[in-house]
Design a protein around this ligand. Sequence first.
Ligand SMILES: NC(=O)c1ccc[n+]([C@@H]2O[C@H](COP(=O)([O-])OP(=O)(O)OC[C@H]3O[C@@H](n4cnc5c(N)ncnc54)[C@H](O)[C@@H]3O)[C@@H](O)[C@H]2O)c1
Length: 353
Amino acid sequence: MKEKTLILSGDDVNSIVEAYGLNKLMDTLIKRTTESIEAYDIDKTEIPIRSGFNYDINDPGLVEWMPVHKKGDEVVIKVVGYHPRNPQKFDLPTILSTISSYDTTTGHLKGLVDGVLLTALRTGAASAVASRLLAKEDSSVLGLIGCGAQAVTQLHALSRVFDIKKVLLFDVDHTALKSFPDRIAMLDLDTEIILSNTENILKTCDIVCTETSIDVGTGPLFRNLETNDHLHINAIGSDFPGKVELPLDFLKQSLVCPDFLEQAKIEGECQQLQDSEIGPDFSELVKHNKKYEFGKNQRTVFDSTGWALEDQIVMDLFLDLAQEFKIGREIAIENISNDAKNPYNFMLKTVSV
Ligand SMILES: NC(=O)c1ccc[n+]([C@@H]2O[C@H](COP(=O)([O-])OP(=O)(O)OC[C@H]3O[C@@H](n4cnc5c(N)ncnc54)[C@H](O)[C@@H]3O)[C@@H](O)[C@H]2O)c1
């Protein structure tokens, strides 16, 4: 039997988003992320810390693999490249990625899906889930430090769970800063967009997302700045050893919630903290959210390094929608011989009698 693999290219993914609706998609993803984390059970789902290769030949970059094993069902592996010089040098996104799903009964590749848009969507959705539990309910002023690709979905996701009235922006790259309002035009938000600076953002915003491509060893993004005393920060850009966005003193004043504790201690803002200074992880926060209600009235940080569970959630959603809208292409990518014990079987000549 020739098993087929469902391929969802970037264009297919775009068609799914258009068919389903962008806001509905983000709302569904936020809901599924919340529900999947509530149901997350380490005895049923295995998630090792990601691994990869990083290099600095000509330009810095890395390729990593992020696996998740849903026991008795599937293994999902995202392969993700981070090449921060991509936009300027090659007109490509900083993050390039694909996500694959393997059937654990046979090892068959069930699906192969674009991971560029899916990563941006799931990272936004994760911030929305965390912010809903850690930020003040009436948060209306959002700051974005770093106005690249992830900033678009951070804003989109947060605008689905808060009534955002004002967005303050800062980026070291003036072109990225100035082009941001045009890049989010399709969100059709009734929001005032203000080009600002880090000092003002920290003082006035209820929620801030930091999603910069800051280089390893050059952080944090700010020091000794006054911050709003109920400020919630989604720290997205700290996702590699030595790459941090927030200063230690701010972290020490805050309830810090890592998405994936063991990984965040190596790659996230948590690499700056002792274990005793780290708050509940994402799954504890979601499952026992009442216990952490107090966080809404103080400084809080969602230390988002990127959790493979989020990749599995977003991939499953796109595979479901691909079926619903009959989008995508099924191909027999694996070489399945008619004789399972003979990989050369296709070369056998018919023996004439
Ligand atoms: N946590 C996660 O799950 C997750 C997922 C995807 C990406 N990321 C991280 O998010 C970050 C942003 O990714 P992206 O895809 O938006 O990249 P991008 O290249 O599209 O945007 C990054 C922006 O940050 C700006 N920037 C760099 N240094 C800055 C500084 N010191 N102050 C202000 N702005 C600065 C750049 O000018 C650029 O516009 C990266 O560090 C990436 O590794 C994290």
